[in-house]
Design a protein around this ligand. Structure first.
Ligand SMILES: Nc1nc2c(ncn2[C@@H]2O[C@H](COP(=O)(O)OP(=O)(O)OP(=O)(O)O)[C@@H](O)[C@H]2O)c(=O)[nH]1
Ligand SMILES: [Zn+2]
Length: 199
């Protein structure tokens, strides 16, 4: 009996090892460690390839939950600004992180978007390989599509590790914006947006 248990657990270990062997992300991490002169079997690194594989899957399979809950309202026409949405994304050129503080504004229609959904939409688009310019325009496109409002503005203020920890090594930050409808034209809507953004 004990032999059976032992052989059963040995078989389980074997299967798990086989699964790990078959995982391309684990393979990649082992090769990376070897390539940079590390011993993947040393203490501290033994579980690292699995963690590496887990982190990449967590990041790229991010589930934002429900992003489009709308409420009927009689208070349409307000300028709504949600700011300080902090997201982490990955630069598609270097696979290094960048963080971005996102502000989203829209002129509400007869359907209001649930407050939490702005951050969910921002995280959804951050959880992939990105450029900051595309991140803010992807968010703006979703806000337009979901709310039906044409007056939408998204501003991002980001720090890119590909620029701060390597390369030019500057502490410069990048601000980019995607501005639509009346917010893009001189007038009251744009003035109100700028006042709220700077207030
Ligand atoms: N516009 C924009 N550029 C980005 C973003 N993330 C990274 N980059 C830039 O992409 C460019 C890639 O330039 P390359 O010359 O191909 O790569 P590189 O030799 O690593 O460039 P350096 O970073 O200047 O050392 C760099 O200027 C990066 O700063 C982003 O979100 N938006
Ligand atoms: Zn980069």
């Amino acid at each position: 009996m004990s032999i059976d248990v032992e052989s059963e657990s040995a078989a389980t270990t074997l299967d798990l090892d086989q699964l790990k062997e078959d995982d391309p992300l684990i393979h990649l991490a082992v090769r990376l460690l070897k390539e940079i002169g590390e011993d993947p079997d040393r203490d501290g690194l033994r579980e690292t390839p699995e963690r590496f594989a887990r982190w990449w899957r967590e990041f790229t399979n991010y589930d934002p939950g429900t992003v489009s809950t709308l409420f009927e309202t009689t208070t349409s026409g307000q300028l709504v600004l949600v700011s300080g949405i902090e997201v982490w994304s990955l630069c598609e050129h270097h696979l290094l992180p960048f963080n971005c503080s996102i502000s989203i504004a829209y002129r509400s229609t007869e359907r209001l978007l649930g407050l939490s959904k702005f951050a969910r939409i921002a995280h959804l688009h951050a959880h992939r390989l990105q450029l900051q310019e595309r991140l803010v325009s992807d968010i703006a496109a979703d806000i337009i599509r979901i709310t039906g409002s044409q007056d939408v503005a998204v501003v991002g203020h980001g720090e890119h590790l590909c620029m701060t920890m390597r390369g030019i090594k500057t502490s410069a930050r990048m601000t980019s914006s995607s501005i639509h409808g009346d917010f893009g034209r001189a007038g009251l809507a744009r003035d109100e947006l700028l006042t709220l953004l700077h207030g």
